[in-house]
Design a protein around this ligand. Structure first.
Ligand code: KG4
Ligand code: ZN
Length: 362
C-alpha cells in the first residue's frame, strides 16, 4: 500500500515564512497546531474524559465533544503561536483514517475556514503524519528511513523515501499494538486506555516472570490476536496454563486474587512480549532493506520499555535511532502541521470537494 499523494502540481519555491494551521480530530483528541517554516509554534490537545466510563471510545460522544472543543482549541493554538488567523498561509487537516464522525468535524471545520479566508487546503493522512512527527525536532532522520508506526488502530513498518513518498512494507494482520496493550489491560481489570497503565506497572515488575508465546507470522507482518487469547486463558486458569483447560478453570475470585498478587509481573511480561514482537520485525526490516536510519512513532512509541529497548537495539546494530518527543507520539496536530508544511512545499493541495474517509487507503 502506498501512502503517496498524486494530486501534485509544481513544487512551490522557497517556503520562507510559511505558516500552517493544522487540525486533528481522527479519534478522541481535538487538537490544533501552528507551524512556521517547519517549526511548531503551538500544539493544543483537548482530551475527552467522557469515554473512560465506557472502557473505550464511543464514536457518537467523540464527534459531539469535537464539535464543542474545536473552536476554543483552534483559537488557543493561534493565540499561543503569537499570530493572527490572517497570518495563516494554509489549513491542514486529518482527512483519514479514523472514526468517520470525528473526522467529519475537523474536515468540515477546515473546509469552512479555508473557504472563508480564501486559503489553500491540505488533506493529511493520519498515519503519514505519525511518521513525520520524527521531523519535528532535532536530530531529524535523513532519507530513506524506516519507521515502526504503532498506534491504537495501526501497526506498520513504513519505508519513507521523502516527506511525501512512503510505502508500507509490513503491517498487522489482526489487532494493532495499541489494541494489544489496551485489550490486555482490560483483561487485567485496568481502565481505558490501558497502554499507559501497563507501562507504569511494568516498571516495577519482572519481565521474565511469565512467558507468553511469540506468533510466527511471515514477512514483515505482525499478529497480536494470539497473545490476547493466550493472556485470556492464562488468567482464566489462574496462571496454570496458556491454553484452555477445563480442569484448571478458576473461579472469578481465584482469578482476581491471581491478578492482584501478580499485577506488576503480568504487566512487565505482557509488555516484554509486545516489545519483542515489534522489535524483532523491525530488525528484520532493517536487514532486508539495508536501512539503518530507524524511527518509531504513534501512541505506543510513548511506552518507556519500548523506547529503552529500541535505543538498546539501535546501539547493538549500529542504527541511527529517532523517537518523537512524548507530546508528538500520541495524537496531536503538531504532526499534521509538519506534514502540511511538507505537502505545501511539494504543492500538494486539495480543493473544497475533498471528503473525510474512515479507511486507511488514499
Ligand atoms: O497514536 P494514538 O494516540 O492514537 C491512534 O492513532 O490510535 O495511539 C493510541 C494508543 C492507545 O492504544 C494507547 O493505549 C497507546 O497508544 N499508548 C500506549 C502508551 N501511551 C499510549 N501504549 C503503551 N504504553 C504507553 N505509554
Ligand atoms: Zn494516531
Amino acid at each position: 500500500m502506498l501512502i503517496n499523494e498524486s494530486i501534485s502540481s509544481k513544487p512551490l519555491l522557497g517556503g520562507l515564512g510559511v505558516s500552517i494551521l493544522a487540525i486533528e480530530s481522527s479519534c478522541d483528541e481535538t487538537s490544533a497546531a501552528v507551524c512556521r517554516d517547519g517549526k511548531i509554534l503551538s500544539n493544543i490537545i483537548a482530551g475527552q474524559q467522557v469515554h473512560e466510563q465506557y472502557g473505550g471510545v464511543v464514536p457518537e460522544l467523540a464527534s459531539r465533544a469535537h464539535i464543542q472543543n474545536i473552536i476554543p482549541v483552534v483559537d488557543t493554538a493561534i493565540r499561543d503561536a503569537g499570530c493572527e488567523i490572517s497570518n495563516i498561509d494554509a489549513i491542514a487537516f486529518t482527512r483519514s483514517p479514523g472514526l468517520i464522525g470525528s473526522l467529519l468535524v475537523g474536515t468540515q471545520f477546515a473546509k469552512s475556514l479555508a473557504l472563508s479566508l480564501n486559503k489553500p487546503l491540505i488533506a493529511v493522512h493520519h498515519m503519514q503524519a505519525h511518521v513525520l512527527a520524527n521531523l519535528i525536532s532535532e536530530p531529524k532522520p535523513s532519507f530513506p528511513f524506516l519507521c515502526l508506526t504503532i498506534s491504537g488502530g495501526h501497526t506498520q513498518i513504513v519505508l519513507c523515501e521523502s516527506p511525501v513518498k512512503m510505502k508500507v512494507i509490513g503491517e498487522t494482520i489482526d489487532d494493532a499494538a495499541g489494541e494489544a496493550f489496551d485489550k490486555s489491560a482490560k483483561l487485567l481489570g485496568l481502565s481505558y486506555p490501558g497502554g499507559p497503565l501497563i507501562d507504569k506497572y511494568a516498571l516495577e515488575g519482572n519481565a521474565n516472570c511469565f512467558h507468553f508465546p511469540e506468533p510466527q507470522v511471515p514477512d514483515l507482518d505482525f499478529s497480536f490476536s494470539g497473545l490476547k487469547t493466550s493472556i485470556l486463558y492464562f488468567l482464566q486458569n489462574a496462571g496454570k496454563s496458556h491454553v484452555f483447560k477445563q480442569e484448571f478453570t478458576a473461579t472469578e475470585e481465584e482469578k482476581k486474587k491471581f491478578i492482584n498478587e501478580n499485577l506488576i509481573d503480568l504487566c512487565a511480561s505482557i509488555q516484554h512480549r509486545i516489545i519483542t514482537i515489534l522489535l524483532n520485525k523491525l530488525k528484520k526490516a532493517s536487514i532486508e532493506t539495508g536501512i539503518k536510519n530507524i524511527c518509531i512513532a504513534g501512541g505506543v512509541s510513548a511506552n518507556s520499555g519500548l523506547r529503552k529497548a529500541f535505543r538498546e537495539m539501535g546501539e547493538k546494530y549500529k542504527w541511527n535511532t529517532f523517537i518523537p518527543a512524548l507530546e508528538y507520539c500520541t495524537d496531536n496536530a503538531g504532526m499534521i502541521a509538519i506534514t502540511g508544511y511538507h505537502k505545501y512545499l511539494a504543492g500538494q493541495f486539495s480543493d473544497l470537494s475533498v471528503t473525510a474517509s474512515a479507511r486507511a487507503e488514499w
